[in-house]
Design a protein around this ligand. Sequence first.
Ligand code: SF4
Length: 491
Amino acid sequence: MRKPRDKRSWSEYEQVSSLKFRERFVTEVSGFGDVRVALIYPNSYEVGSASLSTHVLLRKLNELGSVRAERFFYNKDFLKYYSFDSLTPLDEFKIWAFSVHFELDLMNVFDILNKFSVPLRKEERNEFHPVIIAGGAMTYFNDNLLTEVADVVHRGDLSEEFLDGLSAVDHWMHRKEIIASLETEHVTPFFSDVLGESVFISPDSVFGDRYLIEVGRGCFRKCRFCVAGHRYGRPRFRKSDEVFDLMDSVADFTNRFGLVAATVTDYPGIDEVAEHCIEKGYELSVSSLRLDSVSDTLMKSLRLSNQSIFTIAPEGGSQRMRDAFAKGISRGDILSALELGRKHGFRRVKMYYIYGAVFERREDRQEIAEMALQASSMGYTSVVLSLNPLIPKPGTPFEEMPMESLSGLRKYEKEIRSELLVEGVKLDFESLKESQVQFALANIDKSHSRELLAHVERGVDPTPILKKYAEEVNSKRKEWKKHGKEEYSGC
Ligand code: SF4
């Protein structure tokens, strides 16, 4: 392993070391094989260490025996990229496996490849370049760009077939042989029944020092804008006994737990798990809850866990919008959830909304403001609205819908702000420029993927190209704008 030789590398090395030494491993996951695989999460350590994909891959790959898998996270200032497991620099790894979960993370993948002078287009790589694998949530709905970049794209959940292919790799193999061994037959996403749990805990993760347990994957609700509801496969859940066993087995390390699922409140064992936590004195938090299925027991457990903010997602401002989104919740459900929050002593609430669908009207947005004021009047001293523009994504019923123009969205943002200049209400708008880039990347086709890569390789800022592409996609969807509006006007 090469030690740092200059000041900048030392600083990078120390940053990685200090994060690494604050981690506590619950399960032994070191690999000792000679096939070195870099597991790269192309987002910050805080985000990547909270993603169960990092934990599952680290455990599963190292269990193979012949493999030594180590973690890397994105940092725009890093140049060497030292591993979070052995502090070995990235360029000593023969296989680089990227877990791409968010569209904007693709930019970070490009940045890492560029920094190491690895050609972005797979056909330009030679024997001296690492084998690039791509997997993660992006592969469930659009892999056009990934198939141009990665030598191997693994679609969907981690499959046994892929693991078998990896265990057949020998470190003396040539690139072509490794690629051939890793290619699976899955041209559509693979759905596994195996759910994940933490192998380490870190105070620096976005979920804090919590042990995470995936209790469910997939969602039967099928809200029209949501990729998880349409592309993550049928819902599968973990048995509650298994959750109790996992919690009890790590109670010496931590008594703080986080449950992860598309919608944790749809997990059939949620009340039993909440009761178990109350009984054992464990702290519980949940990644997401559906406001029409929150129970007293869950709220009690969350409150006893010192959770100070209560988070709900009405998504649509008005009933018309919630119906158009197929959200399946009413104004009465929102009010009941807010009342339940107050009953359990919550004084802070966060509400997620999607605004700016092309069929939305001014009065729909006005109801967002009304609900925020209603929450204030119920005794919430802090009301935070997280407001995200609708980004139509492939694989959902909205896949042919245009995204509202930036000028339109800016106008709506202004409108909502002007109605909520109220003490105790905070508005948190998603960046519109980033949302537009996200829309372009989510919908990118093959030829634009190639064009984009050619620009990025030459060091050209991809943002204007993606902005132009987003406009092109929108102009092709003008028809939808007419008929779609009609379709949803009665909702
Ligand atoms: S928005 Fe939530 S409830 Fe709706 S489909 Fe997606 S994960 Fe399920």
